[in-house]
Design a protein around this ligand. Structure first.
Ligand code: ZN
Length: 190
């Protein structure tokens, strides 16, 4: 089942998501499957639960499309439950990021090279693991979502001002998208 993806401007994207307990969500695997399905349909490489309107600390990542650039990403498909960043290290580097909640906007964003995090997988197995390169990049972007942050927050005030109108349009649904979205400020019936 595919969910509509929540667009920029929806308050759920600004909420710090809450941690979940295994017995609270016995159907978490089904939700994770549906999140992957939603993400693939939108050609994304990561999707966080707030982006489908659910404020919980859960995100999914599939970085295997970057296999050519980085062979270690072959089959890199993971779900992250209750993730906590323990450490970020290394040099900051720029990558042209986009976001399924903010269609049509891509910006160079600087983040540190390596991220170490504690998380549970879809079988509730605990992991403490470090990621670098593009894997780290996607994880850091998705992690921001469960903290209520968006990549546009990292832009300079000037750069932000330049895309302000576009962001406003997105929240009103004035944007071409090839996947189903939910627009917070859209008129009824849209
Ligand atoms: Zn995003």
């Amino acid at each position: 089942m595919k969910f509509p993806i929540v667009a920029y401007g929806d308050p759920v994207l600004r909420r710090k998501a809450t941690a979940i307990e295994p017995d609270e969500y016995p159907h978490i695997k089904e939700l994770i499957e549906n999140m992957f399905e939603t993400m693939y349909a939108a050609r994304g490489v990561g999707l966080a639960a707030p982006q489908i309107g659910i404020s919980m600390r859960l995100f999914v990542v599939d970085a295997s499309v970057f296999e050519d650039e980085d062979p270690s990403l072959k089959g890199f498909k993971k779900a992250f439950i209750n993730a906590i960043i323990l450490e970020e290290s290394g040099e900051e580097w720029a990558f042209n990021e986009g976001c399924l909640s903010i269609p049509d906007i891509r910006e160079d964003i600087y983040r540190k090279a390596t991220v170490k995090l504690s998380y549970y997988d879809e079988d509730w197995k605990h992991h403490e693991e470090s990621f670098s390169g593009l894997a780290a990049r996607i994880i850091q972007h998705e992690y921001d979502h469960i903290e209520g942050k968006l990549f546009t927050d990292k832009l300079s005030p000037l750069r932000r001002r330049l895309i302000e109108k576009k962001l406003n349009d997105i929240s009103k649904g004035v944007v071409e998208v090839e996947y189903k979205m939910k627009f917070p400020a859209a008129k009824k019936g849209r």
